[in-house]
Design a protein around this ligand. Structure first.
Ligand code: TYD
Ligand code: MG
Length: 463
């Protein structure tokens, strides 16, 4: 085997090939392979292939077996740090775990640095926190902290792109939390390539993971995203870390959604809601209010539903517009939900409720830019479609949810009770829901229409 080997590494998946190719053989991305020279010492992937005898020295040390597993794991879950923002703690699954590594991705300017600065300053009241930025200078960050009215406490602010220096500082201060803003600006001295390259990203992240596990420090890393919204760098970064969070927003909106797409210590797809204000990010305690349009007059084609997104019930407005099709094939456009599902609902409405849409253009939209994938949207969408077609508005105090089957039956959906509680909390009095989701006793002041078929549902709404 040659001492100096040249490898080609894919910037999309981190896969390695021995020769340059236009297309990565691992992930099929085009033009992503770049050359990586490794000396004898760095030839990790190649030496790993050499046949090493399984001697006693190389055998893994068994730390826990059988019953002692529980003992080995006890106390671990207890070591969580509350970040001081309910919405953020929720996304982490109840605070950040000591010794864990979290990657936070999001578009430029969405508020990643602001969020982590607020969190770092909040934690610094009690814990030692190191905030390392390779992007902004100390005066810039300090000015922002002052504007946000943050009190620094035990916060150590460093502007540094040498990860070696940051890690030794964090170790020296025995920090409880280390913030790295961003991984694309960090360099390890041992790696002979520039910041942001595949080799640097990979090894810097791996070094942070090793450091976190060894020291019990919680590490929060900012990651830039590519044009299509994934965290820049090899996909492998997401495999290395414990938690991956994405910060999202609708273009131009001040509301921000934080979503966990991977979490070794909690549920995934939990959502946290924030609003960007003049004084930093504020958590939104009542997110249901965001997704309702503020039209005080009842309008045909608008129906409020209780969706379940990010592990919580949310009130969301569904809008439909049905209009006579001027020419050609009628259009079916769906924003925020599956267009095929809408086509299916149109067919069911035609066959089982005698409401034809054959010569009508149909547009359906979920207000607030949410994307809903659950079947509980069926019934509210059907009501909105019929309301728009007939020009009949539903009362603004009415809410609905439920699945529609191909035979026109209304099927129950999961978390019915939780949805009912949410709509009650938000002051809605009338609900049209699947009969199998109806509560045994009608809550006081509520009017419940429990329906079994699409016809019954339309009668309850418009009859
Ligand atoms: P920032 O945290 O720098 O974004 P990122 O690190 O994700 O690139 O956020 C910068 C944006 O947030 C900027 O456009 C201004 C806005 N902002 C506010 O509206 N209010 C504030 O209090 C702060 C600090 C920023
Ligand atoms: Mg930033």
């Amino acid at each position: 085997m040659a001492k100096n080997q040249t490898l080609y590494v894919c910037s999309a998946c981190g896969g390695e090939s021995l020769k340059w190719q236009g297309q990565c053989p691992h992930c099929q991305e085009w033009n992503t392979l770049s050359r990586l020279s490794i000396g004898a010492a760095g030839a990790g992937p190649l030496t790993a292939l050499s046949t090493r005898a399984a001697s006693a020295e190389n055998a893994p040390v068994v730390a826990a077996e059988g019953d002692s597993l529980a003992a080995a794991g006890s106390g671990f879950s207890a070591r969580r740090l509350m970040l001081g923002m309910g919405e953020l703690d929720r996304v982490f699954g109840g605070g950040v775990v000591a010794g864990s590594v979290t990657l936070l991705g999001g578009e430029p300017g969405i508020g990643k640095s602001t969020l982590l600065l607020q969190v770092a300053a909040g934690l610094a009241a009690e814990h030692a926190v190191v905030y390392a930025s390779g992007e902004e200078s100390v005066p810039q960050i300090a000015a922002r902290a002052t504007r946000l009215g943050l009190v620094a406490g035990k916060l150590v602010l460093v502007c540094e792109s040498s990860l070696d220096a940051i890690l030794s500082l964090a170790a020296e201060r025995s920090a409880a939390v280390l913030v790295i803003d961003s991984i694309q600006t960090m360099t390890l001295a041992a790696i002979d390539s520039s910041a942001g390259s595949v080799a640097q990203l990979r090894d810097a992240t791996a070094a942070l993971v090793r450091f976190a596990k060894a020291s019990g420090m919680a590490v929060l890393i900012v990651g830039h995203v590519t044009k299509d919204g994934a965290i820049a760098g090899p996909k492998m970064l997401e495999h290395l870390v414990d938690t991956v969070l994405y910060f999202e927003s609708d273009a131009g909106s001040r509301f921000r959604l934080l979503r966990a797409t991977k979490n070794r210590f909690g549920p995934v797809n939990e959502l946290g809601f924030f609003a960007m204000t003049g004084t930093g990010l504020k958590e939104v305690r009542n997110p249901s209010a965001i997704f309702l349009s503020r039209n005080p007059e009842p309008a045909p084609g608008s129906v409020v539903m209780v969706a379940r997104e990010g592990g919580r019930p949310l009130l969301v407005e569904v809008q439909a517009l049905v209009d006579h099709s001027a020419f050609g094939a009628p259009r079916r456009v769906a924003q925020g939900l599956d267009a095929n599902r809408v086509s299916m609902l149109l067919a069911v409405l035609n066959r089982h409720a005698a409401v034809p849409f054959g010569d009508q253009d149909v547009f359906v939209n979920i207000v607030g830019g949410l994307h809903l994938t659950e079947t509980a949207t069926d019934l509210p969408v059907a009501l909105a479609l019929v309301g728009s077609l007939r020009g009949r508005a539903l009362p603004p105090t009415l809410v609905s949810f439920g699945e529609i089957g191909l035979t026109g039956e209304i099927r129950p959906v999961v978390h019915g009770e939780e949805r009912l509680r949410e709509l009650q909390k938000q002051g809605y009095q009338r609900v049209i829901l699947p009969a199998d989701n109806a509560p045994r006793a009608t809550p006081e002041g509520m009017q419940i229409a429990a329906v079994r078929t699409l016809r019954e549902a339309l009668d309850a709404a418009f009859g």
